[in-house]
Design a protein around this ligand. Structure first.
Ligand code: NDP
Length: 328
């Protein structure tokens, strides 16, 4: 049985889902939907149509799972409750503080229309959340640490680009190595914001711009940079294109804890990601959860779920019997 996938929104994640479908033989891309002029999109898969989102309702019987690839800030809070009326859906909503609110809105619509939704799939939230949960259940007495990077922060890069005299900018979030090592040694350190991460910025300045002023504006920017040790490098447009056009990311989820009658034995659980492409990896996670959404729909389930509610075996194209014989 092939799972028929639809993509709504063709940005980085939309393109990533297209690649993920190619790597999952039990999936087939049926159509891409966009709010822009469909003819303006150049998609990778030959023969797959692109439609205006205004036509999407017509495809409700031709698509098993619609993957919502809009942005978390303004697209998904509107799109996920809207399109779950017609499709089983998966999204990557990553505004952590608003997940309960988003869940409630999607759950209500999904139940009313007898559809399944899995929200906040990706790596954080997503795989990092699952690893935090497993580690917390195994070591109830312990401490959690999350380090991000090395990776590009879109928000911080945008903030640099808004500074007067800046033509282009890219910001990398980098974990502080000494802090990471102290956590790994089980020292349970109390870490301030500055002790956990540093920020490295690459900036293309406009001709004649005051570089010292730009550097100072970056380093003192409230909320974004002032609480971190920040380095600023001025580079040429060519260097920016050559060395900084990727979207890498990653990070570490670590839990340290103790067991034994006197807490005499110490343990460190670590899950780490080093990603060449944040959106392609995120999309690969979403594709696995799209399979789970399909499995739930085949069982007649409805309502909203998160990664916590999905049995691991539902992510795999293999049968339970195959999984038992190969992976257990
Ligand atoms: P993009 O900005 O690339 O795309 C978002 C939407 O913008 C698209 O769906 C598309 O919709 C529209 N769009 C894209 N390109 C253009 C363009 N050139 N002109 C006009 N509109 C365009 O975002 P990403 O795909 O990188 O990320 C989407 C969300 O994924 C993020 O907001 C983030 O919150 C989430 N995310 C979650 C992660 C997790 O771990 N949970 C990890 C990474 C990201 P349309 O085709 O309809 O115009």
């Amino acid at each position: 049985m092939t799972i028929r996938i639809g993509i709504l929104g063709y940005g980085n994640l939309g393109r990533g889902i297209e690649c993920a479908v190619k790597h999952n033989p039990d999936m087939e891309l049926k159509a891409v939907f966009t709010r822009r002029e469909p003819a303006s999109l150049k998609i990778l898969t030959e023969g797959v149509p692109v439609y205006s989102v205004s036509q999407i309702e017509n495809f409700k019987d031709e698509i098993d799972v619609l993957v919502l690839c809009g942005g978390s800030a303004t697209d998904l809070p509107r799109q996920t409750p809207e399109y779950v009326k017609w499709f089983h859906v998966v999204d990557s909503f990553d505004t952590h503080a608003k997940i309960p609110e988003h869940f409630a809105a999607v759950d209500k619509a999904a139940r009313e229309h007898n559809k399944v939704a899995i929200i906040s799939c990706g790596w954080d939230p997503g795989m990092f959340s699952l690893n935090r949960l497993y580690a917390n259940c195994i070591l109830p007495e312990g401490r959690d640490y999350t380090f991000w990077g090395k990776g590009v922060s879109q928000g911080h890069s945008d903030a640099i680009r808004r500074i007067d005299g800046v033509k282009d900018g890219k910001q990398y979030t980098i974990p502080v190595q000494e802090a990471l090592e102290a956590v790994r040694r089980g020292e349970n350190p109390e870490l301030t914001t500055r002790q956990k991460h540093k920020r490295e910025c690459f900036v293309v300045a406009e001709e004649g711009a005051d570089l010292a002023r730009i550097e100072n504006e970056i380093k003192t920017m409230p909320n974004y940079f002032d609480e971190y040790d920040t380095t600023v490098h001025f580079i040429t447009e060519e260097e920016m294109k050559r060395d900084h056009s990727g979207i890498p990311h990653g990070g570490f989820v670590i839990r340290t804890g103790s067991t034994g009658w006197e807490d005499e034995n110490h343990h460190v659980i670590e899950y780490s990601l080093k990603l060449d492409s944040n959106p392609q990896f995120t999309s690969s996670v979403i594709a696995a959860f799209a399979r789970a959404a399909y499995r739930f729909s085949q069982e007649g389930q409805s309502g909203c779920k998160t990664v916590f509610d999905v049995p691991p075996a539902y992510l795999s194209p293999k049968s339970a019997e195959e999984l038992r014989s190969h992976l257990l």
